[in-house]
Design a protein around this ligand. Structure first.
Ligand SMILES: *Cc1c(COP(=O)(O)O)cnc(C)c1O
Length: 388
């Protein structure tokens, strides 16, 4: 994402553009919602498909961001190599071999497994350092959390090692973005409160509490506590229609977020295909007239899902060009009969805006029967990323 690459954009056949001003706007909106709380932006899953190193570089300019959150130690290592010197919270597990790296990379791990806490405690004490940790409490997601019954064992490990600081108490909501009914979220919050009291009774007194992903942060002020952990919204997307609707019904505006990412390719071949011809694998599309067909050099390998076959459209010259036939591993065919003057080399928008038309990840998710999160996270890491 340096200027050399930016200059070479005209030679690229498949690239992602990252819009700095959209990111700045989104972080501004999140900072406003967060108030004086710490802001931890999720850059896991290759920065939600935007590119980990590129997102870290852009987030360095966003002074309001206190933390980035990562899933794995290897992601965190890449973030450090990309120059991130602020805090990193590690959300996922670390292996025995990675324990030393947790300390060396100065990560704040989320704790949910007794064995890894024990190893971390032993190593921290050996090295005579203090590691800030966050306890993930089980409140109803039944994924990573520590239950009330297990808490005393964790407390014993904290007591054993001076090098372990029980800095944060955390939880994650199970049912906040998929519904407009927030009863279950409230039950989880109540449970969280009870578990934090248990922690204190066991002598592990967390300095901070945090629970809020994007949807919780946007919709529920009482989930915000001392730190918020949004991911998707920082990239300019609403977690779901339900979140968007709930926010609108509560009187919120529509200008909080703007998508950061556009995905582009080029027409690499044009041809005329006669009436009654089949297009692509499986003969799933048959022409009903003579058409002009464009071949695009991207496919499901890149993250343009095969489930979009015969459903999606791309944008060329501000016009819709429908996908014809099955999406292949590296190629996709689109009908450009109605795109006047189209030529080889023309820019094609797969995700983004072109004139008055737009295709965002939400739309691709709807066609592909998935969610915007998955569309973004599956964008291949091998695509060039440019900041604009
Ligand atoms: C990914 C993640 C988030 C961010 O969720 P979004 O819905 O993308 O805002 C927050 N907390 C945890 C524990 C996560 O794993």
């Amino acid at each position: 994402m340096n200027t050399r690459e930016a200059k070479n954009r005209h030679n690229l056949l498949n690239w992602i553009e990252l819009n700095r001003s959209a990111l700045n706007k989104n972080i501004g909106s999140l900072a406003k919602l967060a108030g004086d709380r710490m802001l931890a932006v999720s850059v896991k899953a290759n920065g939600y498909g935007h590119g980990l190193a590129e997102m870290v570089t852009l987030l360095k300019d966003e002074n309001r961001v206190d933390y980035i959150t990562m899933h794995s130690v290897s992601e965190a290592e890449l973030a450090r190599k990309s120059g991130w010197d602020r805090k990193i919270m590690l959300l996922g597990p670390f292996s025995t071999d990675e324990t030393a790296a947790v300390i060396e990379l100065d990560l704040e791990p989320m704790i949910f497994e007794l064995g890894s806490l024990e190893q971390l405690g032993r190593l921290a004490s050996q090295k005579n350092v203090v590691v800030k940790t966050h306890l993930k409490l089980e409140t109803g997601t039944n994924r990573q959390g520590i239950t009330e019954k297990e808490l005393s064992k964790f407390a014993a490990v904290y007591q054993k090692y001076n090098g372990l600081l029980p800095y944060g108490a955390a939880m994650h909501f199970a049912n906040i973005e998929d519904t407009t009914n927030h009863e279950y979220a409230q039950e989880q919050l109540d449970r969280f409160g009870e578990l934090v009291i248990c922690m204190k009774e066991l002598g592990i007194d967390p300095e901070i509490k945090h629970t809020a992903s994007s949807a919780a942060l946007i919709l529920f002020d009482k989930t915000r506590f001392d730190l918020v952990r949004p991911g998707l919204s920082a990239y300019g997307y609403w977690p779901s229609k339900e979140t968007y609707l709930s926010y609108q019904l509560a009187g919120g505006g529509n200008d909080l977020f703007e998508p950061v990412l556009s995905w582009k390719t080029r027409v690499t071949q044009l041809k005329q295909v006669e009436k009654d011809s089949f297009i692509g694998y499986g003969c799933s599309y048959r022409t009903t007239a003579t058409i002009k067909l464009a071949v695009l050099p991207i496919g499901y390998y890149d993250g343009y899902g095969r489930s979009l076959s015969n459903l999606a459209y791309v944008l060329i010259e501000g016009k819709r060009a429908p996908v014809r036939g099955r999406i292949c591993m590296n190629l996709t065919m689109v009908d450009v009969t109605d795109v006047e003057g189209v030529k080889v080399g023309d820019e094609v928008t797969l995700i983004g805006q072109d004139g008055s038309e737009a295709v965002w990840a939400d739309q691709l998710a709807e066609w592909g029967q998935t969610i915007n999160y998955e569309v973004l996270a599956r964008l291949s890491a091998s695509i060039d990323r440019l900041a604009i």
